[in-house]
Design a protein around this ligand. Structure first.
Ligand code: XCC
Length: 656
């Protein structure tokens, strides 16, 4: 029973322990509570007090006359708006932190990536000549904030897309006018008695998704890089075995890096370490969960102990002295669970309180002081620790593939570009590219679909980039290590070996899906693969999605021209009209489409068909894995096989 719930042995181990101890987890609750058969298919409308109306019979309409199609499209649009709001508000907070730092009001933050600041300044039309860094940063933050409240025209970052893509958006009128405005627009048009057209509601959803992808999230990625540094590759570790029995374990969880970056500084503070030692610990061990983990993992190599569905199990180890959470993806179940263990749970965001849980309000103006206070609370709690059960799993990975680094990796400083990547696709060494992102979902086997989809794609010479909980899933199954090249097809393997990268690249947190948009835009403008994102032989996947944010991401991928496949059943299955519009209707208009395919094998098959179809449309050679079958180390080893032992030793020494 338990082993079907997850492919992660550490999770299975703890699930067994919880089962024996009678501790309830999301895995059990998912078994005990089936999804509502009406709500899960979007056949319920609860936008007014005449309802909720449940449409369960053919041809039935709501009290106001709303059809199943309108209801499904309206619900979908609201989901997109909620997801776009969450990502974008995170981006706004990053802009406010940059503003506070640049104005001298948040002295604990610095401008760590000046190059990035200059780059972003140029995107936002901020003058840089003869100006102080902080002055530029202040105007960058102010201009970024204008994007949220913009009322007319289009958000500035749309110009980072290929020209052809921008023209499609202009022609369809789906270029977001302002980030907040598009979220409000959806809330208004889905309010009773407004938009009742499937096409209009779904095209508006794309616009609101674009406000997230090319607006709030992209600004978030950029500003986070400015404040904390653009990621570069570094070795790191994953899974629950990274918890330490002999040290104070502090876990960061959520999404925003502003506090976690300060906690990282605090746990390395000699006075804090001394204090931990005075309580009997040998030191302080910082690890993370979900996307806060991805942020500190990408930049400083802080170990991730798990993704969304691991959060309760991490507490069940009994080894966590303090878990500090910020925003998003924090289960309310953590609160009663921490009462069964000694773990101190601390909420910090004014937007994410949990009743009965200690709240330390985070303000960037006193960031380090607050971080030290929280770390001290964790150290004090170490003495209350009881028995622990820490699984031994530790997996190695290489992370930190910002889009800037991918350029650099392929050509160095002197000719950094995506040319080699495009050439590899043109030659058929790479069949195509894929972005595999998104959550865990307790309705599916934990991590299984991520692992399956990614293994199949790399086996078929598809280079995979990942973010979010999907990236953590594959980190735990070893796919983010250079050694995973052995699972790749011959063409991809050769590239991995030549460039020294894993076949699966970790690009960051959920907001960093925008790095995928940047890479795709650069590929489209580099030449050889058409002139638009929709021309590229590529696909997007969210195999285990659950959050509203995933739907917003899906919308901006589609609107950017990407065929996007979500795992699990369609949430709009009761409305064939809506389902059809999301595939055929959207594809005709924007070149991208969204499909819900619960069977991962079928999903991969369709993805590869799509990639091959795009290759054919570009007039590229048909993909043939045998063409590069002699590539990579296998060829090298054959040569070495034929030479005498002395020369072989020289080679081996060099390779070592
Ligand atoms: Fe949350 Fe970002 Fe989903 Fe994971 S992947 S469950 S949103 S932490 Ni974005």
């Amino acid at each position: 029973m338990v082993d079907q719930r997850s492919i992660d042995p550490a999770v299975c181990d703890l699930l067994e322990m919880c089962e024996d101890a009678g501790i309830s987890t999301a895995f059990d609750r998912a078994d005990q509570m089936k999804p509502c058969p009406i709500g899960s298919k979007s056949a319920c409308c609860k936008h007014c007090a005449m309802g909720p109306c449940r449409l369960t019979k053919e041809g039935q309409v709501g009290i106001c006359g709303a059809t199943i199609d309108t209801i499904a499209a309206r619900n979908f649009a609201r989901t997109t708006a909620a997801g776009s709001a969450a990502h974008s508000d995170h981006g706004r907070d990053m802009a406010l932190t940059l503003l506070a730092a640049a104005s001298g009001e948040a002295p604990d933050y610095k401008i760590r990536d000046v190059h990035k600041l200059y780059e972003v300044a140029s995107f936002l039309d901020v003058q840089t000549t003869n100006r102080e860094i902080l002055d530029i940063a202040k105007e960058v933050a102010e201009k970024a904030l204008v994007e949220f409240g913009r009322q007319r025209g289009e958000i500035i970052y749309l110009k980072r897309a290929p020209r052809k893509r921008q023209e499609i958006w202009q022609k369809l009128g789906i270029g977001p006018r302002g980030i907040d405005r598009e979220v409000v627009d959806i809330m208004h048009r889905t309010n009773p008695g407004n938009d009742q057209s499937v096409e209009s509601l779904l095209m508006s959803s794309l616009r609101t998704g674009l406000a997230d992808g090319w607006g709030g999230s992209m600004l978030s990625t950029d500003i986070t890089d400015i404040l904390f540094g653009s990621p570069v590759p570094l070795a790191a570790k994953a899974n629950l075995g990274n918890l330490r029995e002999d040290q104070v374990n502090i876990v960061v969880h959520g999404h925003e890096p502003t506090l976690s970056e300060m906690i990282l500084v605090a746990v390395n503070d000699p006075a804090m370490i001394e204090y931990a030692k005075s309580k009997g610990a040998t030191g302080i061990n910082l690890t993370g969960i979900c996307c806060t983990a991805n942020e500190t993992l990408m930049r400083q190599g802080v170990a991730t102990i798990g993704n969304f569905l691991s959060q309760e199990l991490a507490i069940a180890t009994g080894a966590i002295d303090l878990m500090v959470v910020d925003i998003q993806c924090i289960m309310q179940a953590l609160a009663p669970l921490t009462e069964q263990f000694h773990t101190l749970l601390v909420t910090t965001s004014p937007k994410a309180h949990i009743d009965g849980v200690t709240h330390v309000n985070f303000e960037e103006h006193h960031a380090f002081e607050i971080a030290k206070r929280i770390v001290t609370m964790g150290i004090d709690n170490f003495t209350k620790r009881g028995a622990v059960h820490i699984p031994q799993q530790i997996d190695n990975m290489v992370v930190g593939f910002s889009h800037e680094y991918i350029n650099y990796a392929l050509g160095g400083f002197y000719r950094g570009s995506l040319r080699p990547l495009n050439d590899a696709v043109v030659q058929g060494r790479l069949r195509g590219v894929a972005g595999v992102v998104g959550c865990n979902n307790a309705r599916t086997t934990h991590d299984y679909s991520h692992d399956y989809v990614v293994r199949e794609l790399i086996k078929n010479d598809v280079l995979v980039v990942m973010t979010g909980c999907g990236a953590i899933a594959c980190a735990k199954s070893g796919l983010l290590s250079p050694e995973a090249a052995q699972f790749a097809g011959p063409g991809l393997r050769e590239i991995c070996e030549a460039v020294g990268i894993p076949p699966v690249l970790h690009l960051g947190s959920c907001v960093d899906n925008t790095r995928i948009l940047t890479v795709l835009s650069q590929m489209a403008t580099e030449g050889g693969l058409g002139e638009d994102i929709a021309d590229i032989p590529g696909v997007g996947f969210a195999p285990e999605w659950m959050s509203e944010k995933a739907i917003s991401i899906g919308c901006y991928f589609v609107a950017s021209g990407v065929y996007t496949i979500f795992g699990s059943a369609s949430p709009v299955a009761n409305s064939p009209a809506v389902d059809r519009f999301m595939s055929e209707g959207w594809e005709q208009r924007v070149g991208g489409k969204l499909e819900f395919i619960p069977d991962p094998a079928k999903a991969v098959r369709k993805a590869l068909e799509h990639i091959d179809h795009k290759r054919a449309a570009l007039g590229l050679v048909e993909y043939d894995p045998r063409r590069f079958g002699e590539s990579g180390d296998s060829l090298m080893l054959k040569i070495l096989d034929k030479i005498d032992e002395e020369t072989l030793n020289v080679y081996s020494a060099k390779l070592a």
